[in-house]
Each structure stands twice: as structure tokens, then as C-alpha cells.
Ligand binder design. Structure first.
Ligand code: FES
Length: 146
């Protein structure tokens, strides 16, 4: 079987789909190759703990499954701890992804990072190891044609 049971479960029954009004941080990223788009919303409390996380995607099944798993993994963590939710960690939690779908899991990680960046900027804090997201589509960088 190409996809693990966990991937199929999160794909057919994704967790935390939706929007958060007045979110503490929002990140939107796109994958130039497939054109898929991912948006992550974070609700962070005064102790920098992620109270809620929701996602919206215009993306493939693997992107849906990884985002669903990633939102579950960041809820309850501090914004600093959320940095441990890498695409590798999410893939492991899903019992793996086919090699051609690995880039889809990157979209979830990048969207979380973009949302954390947005939160950090708004609150004037530094999240260690967090870099400015390069494909946050809010930015008006010229889009590279491939
Ligand atoms: Fe684009 Fe999966 S094919 S995110």
C-alpha cells in the first residue's frame, strides 16, 4: 500500500480544518512546483502556549494529512517547542510518506514557521532557530517561473 493507515485516516478525516478569527499568527505558503497553498492559524496564550491551531489548504491529499497531523502536534506546545514539529517529525508520526510526496510535508512545516514568524513579529519576541519564511505568499517577491 502506498499510503500508511495514518495518512489515509488524516486525509479522510482531517483534524483542525478551518480558520481562527483574530489569530495570534497566520502563515500562508505556496509550493511553486505543484501550485498548492497552505495557510496555518495559531491561537497563542499569554504564556506563549499554542492553544489552538487550524489550517486551510488548497493542496493534495498528502498535504492535507501532514497539516492535519502537524496541527495536532503543535497544540499544547509553546511557540519555541513548536519548532520541533519538523516535516520529518510529522512524517514519522504518520508512519512515512512515499518519496514523491515528501515535499508536501514541507508545506506544513513552512506554513507553521510562517505563522510563528508572524506571531513573533507581532509580539516582538525571538523564536530560536526560526528563520524568516521565504515563500510566505504575503510577500511581494517576484515568483520564479520553473
Ligand atoms: Fe503539492 Fe502535495 S502535490 S503539496
Amino acid at each position: 500500500m502506498m499510503y500508511s493507515e495514518k495518512v489515509m485516516d488524516h486525509f479522510s478525516n482531517p483534524r483542525n480544518v478551518g480558520e481562527i478569527e483574530n489569530a495570534s499568527g497566520v502563515g500562508t505558503v505556496g509550493n511553486a512546483k505543484c501550485g498548492d497553498i497552505m495557510r496555518i492559524y495559531l491561537d497563542v496564550d499569554e504564556n506563549q502556549v499554542i492553544r489552538d491551531c487550524k489550517f486551510k489548504t488548497f493542496g493534495c491529499g498528502a498535504a492535507v494529512a501532514t497539516s492535519s497531523m502537524a496541527t495536532e502536534m503543535v497544540i499544547g506546545k509553546t511557540v519555541q517547542e513548536a519548532m520541533q514539529v519538523t516535516n520529518k517529525a510529522v512524517m514519522e508520526a504518520l508512519d512515512g510518506l512515499p518519496p514523491v510526496k515528501v515535499h508536501c510535508s514541507l508545506l506544513a512545516e513552512e506554513a507553521i514557521h510562517a505563522a510563528l514568524w508572524d506571531y513573533a513579529e507581532k509580539n516582538h519576541i525571538v523564536i530560536e532557530g526560526l528563520k524568516k519564511p521565504k515563500n510566505d505568499i504575503h510577500e511581494d517577491d517576484p515568483v520564479e517561473e520553473e
